[in-house]
Design a protein around this ligand. Structure first.
Ligand SMILES: Nc1ncnc2c1ncn2[C@@H]1O[C@H](COP(=O)(O)OP(=O)(O)OP(=O)(O)O)[C@@H](O)[C@H]1O
Ligand SMILES: [Mg+2]
Length: 329
């Protein structure tokens, strides 16, 4: 597989850790590997992460993508020092992981957050604040602030076991934010949220980015990454297949034009298909895929001459979904 880091501009994109220390590199993974040993005799192995390298620089919002089981959570756990790597190195804020000092500068939302069921969101977030070194009045004010930001202040004094999944997720996000960290590492922050909740979390993350925070988060929601992130790292089968600045990866070239025709005759449909056009049937219309912008005009002329209506002409540019489908699956 081609080295993904070669595709991108080193100044612009997640790439390898440079030899010279660079205080703007907040996360650095270099050749990270993880092999799990299974079974009583530990003879069976799973190579979950197989040589992952990338960087996250100060001020970036980086989306971490990959199909189920591609190694995102395992990589995140190694980056945070929650599990040991089988090979390679992880650095946070330039410090080799595990580093207590580096950990104090980050907020983490785990994939399936465990929140003590008999605490309230306020008690839980205050506890996390105290564990991160906040004290006295400051921790109480800050906990109320973040619970307000994440939309659970109205339920701040209910026991966590009585909260919905989305409210629990928001409580855990509040805990990640409480100590005002420079770096947020979030493993599927939108998980369990309804569309309104997702938008609210997107807005929270934008605000955190605008406040100078660096954000690295995994997700399956490609449209969120397209809307929010400046950079992306895509894993497949434990390896990085794409890494870079989204605007460089998706250069905006028109891949094809979808021409939607109303009331096309059976003859026209058959003739277009015979000429090699992909023709998709939709209720009351057909969509003709036209490759090459020069071919659009002649197709329109031909359709109009055959008595069809032109309903829509839609240039299709490469999306993150195309990139994901082509490279990650
Ligand atoms: N503790 C473990 N023991 C054994 N295998 C594990 C363990 N944790 C993860 N794996 C395996 O490692 C691979 C990567 O899992 P991981 O959870 O990192 O994927 P992921 O990209 O986070 O997936 P998802 O999108 O479903 O969250 C999978 O094959 C998984 O079964
Ligand atoms: Mg995961």
């Amino acid at each position: 597989m081609a080295e993904p880091r070669q595709q991108v501009d080193r100044d612009e994109a997640p790439g390898p850790r440079s030899a010279a220390p660079d205080s703007d590199v907040l996360i650095s993974a270099t050749g990270l590997r993880k092999t799990f040993k299974l079974g009583l005799l530990r003879r069976k192995t799973v190579q979950a992460v197989r040589g992952v390298s990338f960087e996250v620089r100060r001020g970036q919002i980086v989306g971490f993508l990959g199909p189920n089981g591609s190694g995102k959570t395992t990589t995140i756990k190694m980056l945070l020092g929650l599990i040991s790597a089988s090979g390679g190195e992880a650095h946070l804020f330039g410090e080799r992981v595990p580093s207590r000092a580096a950990r104090q500068r980050l907020g983490f939302l785990p994939e399936n957050p465990y929140v003590y069921p008999y605490l309230t969101p306020r008690e839980f977030v205050e506890l996390c604040g105290r564990l991160s070194g906040l004290g006295g009045k400051r921790v109480r004010t800050r906990a109320a602030e973040v619970l307000d930001r994440t939309g659970v202040l109205y339920a701040a004094d209910r026991q966590v076991r009585r909260l919905s999944k989305g409210m629990l997720q928001r409580t855990a996000l509040g805990a990640a934010l409480v100590a005002d960290p420079e770096l947020l590492v979030l493993d599927e922050p939108m998980s369990g949220l309804d569309p309104v909740g997702r938008k609210e979390v997107r807005d929270i993350l934008f605000a955190e980015r605008d406040a100078g925070r660096t954000i690295f988060f995994s997700t399956h929601i490609l449209s969120d990454v397209e809307a929010m992130c400046d950079h992306v790292v895509i894993l497949r089968n434990g390896q990085v297949v794409v890494a870079g600045a989204i605007r460089q990866l998706l250069r905006g070239e028109v891949l094809r034009t979808d021409v939607t025709l109303g009331e096309p005759s059976a003859e026209l449909r058959a003739a277009l298909a015979a000429d090699g056009f992909t023709v998709r049937e939709r209720p009351g219309v057909v969509v003709v895929e036209v490759v090459g912008q020069d071919a659009v005009g002649p197709l329109l002329t031909r359709a109009l001459a055959a008595g069809a209506q032109v309903v829509e002409v839609q240039p299709r540019r490469e999306t993150l979904e195309d990139l994901f489908m082509n490279r990650a699956l």
